[in-house]
Design a protein around this ligand. Structure first.
Ligand code: FAD
Length: 298
């Protein structure tokens, strides 16, 4: 299909559709090319319309959260990238001990709001950047707990634009993954527990200090690049393969945490990808373990 014909697919939606939109600034790595179509729906109806048009015309559709777990290739992304940053998608409501948070809401802000209100359940997520949608999709978490433990149900949208709910126990979470197959997460309902705000704040500080001491938080990255193989630490294996500080172009293996790749000025996505391949090869040679990506490459 020609470029003009593809553009016509979104006719009438010009206010929310941008063509050839640079994605680099929408990610924590700050790298990568353009999205063929970057769409910011303002309502669920608009979103459903976009989703239906993509399905009908066989256009690939991706949802971008805050881009903290993503590497966008230098060539960019063909098809549609949706960002749910309209007001309707970022609402947070409290109903007694439950919180319903829109997919576009900020996880770190929600963690702090809950601490202030004396609502426990997600304080272990302190210091993890990203949106609620991204935290659900990735089951964000770490040594101190994960997001899925607090999620009671999620609101989703299917490829026809139909909105539906999925609740536990039908909904399940595992290490950095869920059994959600729907493309779009609209919101999550969280079960919170009444707790002492001071105690919650102490827990948050503990997590912050741990992260600050162990991760290169002031550099451009996408967090841990690889998943930990069962019972093993990817970071320790990368370190023991002698890769800390290894550099390709503007990408290097962090000296602080070997499972982080950090991007310096002038870095290209291709530098990060070449470094990822090098790490995989060295770890495979030394430990006979095939590392799996935790970050997504688009
Ligand atoms: C400094 C740093 C530290 C980090 N520390 C941790 C950590 O301790 N633990 C941890 O788990 N992660 C960590 N991460 C990774 C990242 O913060 C999490 O994976 C986060 O949950 C990603 O959220 P996001 O909104 O940025 O998602 P994105 O990176 O934008 O997207 C990630 C995935 O989620 C999907 N997605 C996002 N929103 C939606 C939606 N509404 N509907 C459907 N799919 C959606 C995307 O399509 C993509 O597949 C860290 C990252 C950085 C940069």
């Amino acid at each position: 299909m020609s470029g003009k014909l593809r553009t016509n697919i979104f006719s009438g939606l010009e206010q929310i559709v941008e063509k050839d939109y640079s994605l680099s600034e929408k990610t924590w790595f700050g790298l990568g090319g353009k999205a063929e179509f970057f769409i910011q729906p303002q309502t669920v109806e608009q979103l459903a319309d976009v989703v239906r048009r993509c399905s009908e015309n066989n256009i690939s559709l991706r949802v971008l959260g805050y881009g903290s777990n993503l590497l966008i290739r230098d060539e960019g992304v063909k098809g549609v990238v949706i960002k749910l940053d309209g007001e309707e998608f970022c609402k947070v409501e409290q109903k007694e001990h439950s919180i319903i948070a829109g997919a576009g809401a900020d996880l770190s802000k929600l963690v702090l709001d809950c601490v202030r209100k004396g609502l426990g359940g997600i304080e272990s997520l302190a210091g993890i950047p990203g949106s609620i949608g991204g935290a659900v999709r990735m089951n964000a978490g770490g040594n101190f707990g994960d997001f899925g433990s607090a999620v009671e149900s999620v609101t989703l949208m299917d490829n026809e634009g139909k909105v539906f709910e999925k609740s536990k126990p039908e909904l399940s979470f595992d290490y950095r993954q869920t059994n959600i197959t729907a493309k779009i997460i609209l919101a999550a309902k969280l079960k919170m527990i009444e707790a002492d705000p001071q105690q919650l704040l102490r827990s948050v500080k503990e997590v912050w200090i741990y992260k600050k001491n162990t991760q290169p938080l002031n550099m451009k990255s996408a967090g841990c690049v690889f998943k930990n193989p069962r019972g093993m630490s990817a970071g320790a294996m990368i370190d023991r393969s002698g890769l800390k500080g290894s550099k390709i172009g503007g990408a290097s293996v962090s000296e602080k945490h070997a499972n982080f790749i950090v991007a310096e000025k002038g870095c290209k996505s291709s530098d990060v990808i070449t470094l990822i391949d090098l790490i995989k090869k060295k770890v495979k040679d030394k430990f006979d373990v095939s590392l799996e990506l935790e970050i997504e490459i688009w």
